[in-house]
Design a protein around this ligand. Sequence first.
Ligand code: ATP
Length: 263
Amino acid sequence: MYPPSPAAAPFTSADGAPDGHLTAVAAVDLVKVYGTGDTAVRALDGVTVGFARAQFTAIMGPSGSGKSTLMHCLAGLDTATSGRALLGGTDLTVLSDKVLTKVRRERIGFVFQSFNLLPQLTAEQNITLPLDLAGRTAERGLLARLTEVLGITERLKHRPSELSGGQQQRVALARALVSRPEVVFADEPTGNLDSRSGAEVLSFLRNSVRELGQTVVMVTHDPAAAAYADRVVLLADGRIAGEIDRPDRASVAEALQHLGNQR
Ligand SMILES: Nc1ncnc2c1ncn2[C@@H]1O[C@H](COP(=O)(O)OP(=O)(O)OP(=O)(O)O)[C@@H](O)[C@H]1O
């Protein structure tokens, strides 16, 4: 009912290798099994999907369908059982822990539901921490622009405990984008926010795709949040169950209902 559209196909080369120019991130026959024997759970059951550069993609599906597992494997936060997790031309599944840590720090931005800011650091120190750890300095122009657009310029000397949830998430957004990562992974980024703050966060993510050419991949349960994306990838039982181009709230809700009814 929601077949992958040929235009958004993850691969363009004849041998099935991801096209590094068009595809920022890809899973190739990705399998993740938690546990062993009778209690083994096949969280990802051969997922092949690509995420195009400068696109905003939402990953959706019923609870337990493998959304977080897919994102964690693609972000190098979890190891796959088999298959490939590709960031540009780099297969994350074959990297040592040390190299993987470096790749995460230098090439990926993260936004989590729980903000994950360090309480003892100021907002500005939190924003620049990944760059500091990588021995890089922030581009002052980009930092100023991000904090301005996010409305947190006046809050940069404050600690997270002195900020609202929405402000903390905006600090996390600035932290994710200031290094110009190849991809930003957002895991339920509006889950802890009121609807107005959530809408601001989603608008910002969408604008960062439009204006900065940022690639964003977001896991969400919320059809209204997914409607900010360019494309929705649907998962069910650890498999790709379809996709929606230019989603709106109604088409996403209908697709989810359809998936839920199939189970
Ligand atoms: N660390 C783990 N150990 C064992 N099983 C796990 C682990 N993490 C996830 N699972 C199982 O893998 C499957 C996929 O989980 P995952 O969290 O990826 O789904 P999800 O779609 O993100 O779910 P939700 O929407 O509820 O967050 C589920 O059956 C889950 O119980």
